[in-house]
Design a protein around this ligand. Sequence first.
Ligand code: HEM
Length: 310
Amino acid sequence: MDSEKLPEFHRADESIDHIEEAAGKFPGLRRAHARGNCYEGIFKPNGRAALFTDAPHLQSEEVSVIVRFSNSSSNPNHSDGLTPPKGMAVQFALPNNQITNLVCTTIPLFFARTPETFIEVTKLMSTAKKGLPDIKALQKIAAKFPESKAFFKMIKEIRLPASYAMAQYFSIHAFYFINENGKRQAVKYLWEPDAGLSMYTKKEAAKLLHNYLDEELDQRLSNGPIGFNLNIQLGKENDPTDDPTVVWPGDRQQITIGHLAIHRKMDKCPEDLFFDPTVVPRGIECSEDPILHFRHHAYAVSYDRRLKNK
Ligand code: HEM
């Protein structure tokens, strides 16, 4: 069956229509995280993940990566100071011309548990002005979808990072690591910056330039590479693997499994660069999380529209 005929495709198409209604239409650009830059780097695994997975990029050989840091807004004209969550999408080059993606944000949870909720919420958001959330729309959402409350509370409190290189980035979704013996372990990922964390106060944030994060990173990279440790959090038996609206308890064991060094900004992001978060290699499986699987379809719709310059 042609994948474009699947019900998931039609729902994904609808969801992208709602994003466009809410934020505006910007031909050729991503329908979310519209403004961003790409960077080249090297990821060095430290071997500690080998106990849990035989994924090729998590053994002992270093691999090259492309990283895209982005402002989360679907409107490229929104300034870095307006939308607190930031994105870090990493594409690892694997042997035999294969790739895998790890697409993370600075917030550890999501507002929707299911694609249906996502679509309803984007519909409500499309009533807001210029795609920026308005209080009434948010109140309606919180009343109808109590699971989204934690996200909106966090969004209200979250501060802006002083640098893309001084923020943590979370996978939100769980994945399964599978080792040589077929043993499965649920994990979530977290990128931890070498430079530590630094956030702006609201007062400081009000004075920031439209694209202060891009400028700051240019400046920082002119003094040398920036780095992140890649950590995994090990899930326990009853930790939900299908619900992106909740975080796992903070006492779960964390292991550092490698280090990423980012050396250079690319002149331009390759047009066909595509970070489908469900592209995983041998040794890793996507969890049952319906939002993770829906992203596969929604990103494909956005990719198709932007490549056709729609
Ligand atoms: C129903 C849920 C979601 C939908 C419909 C959605 C939609 C989208 C779309 C349409 C794009 C642009 C894709 C492209 O043109 O290549 C995008 C990019 C992105 N999304 Fe989501 N998203 C969802 C959930 C999430 C979650 C949970 C995260 C955090 C883990 C996330 C993080 C990102 C990031 C970092 C990018 C930028 C990727 C890049 O640099 O190419 N999204 N999203």
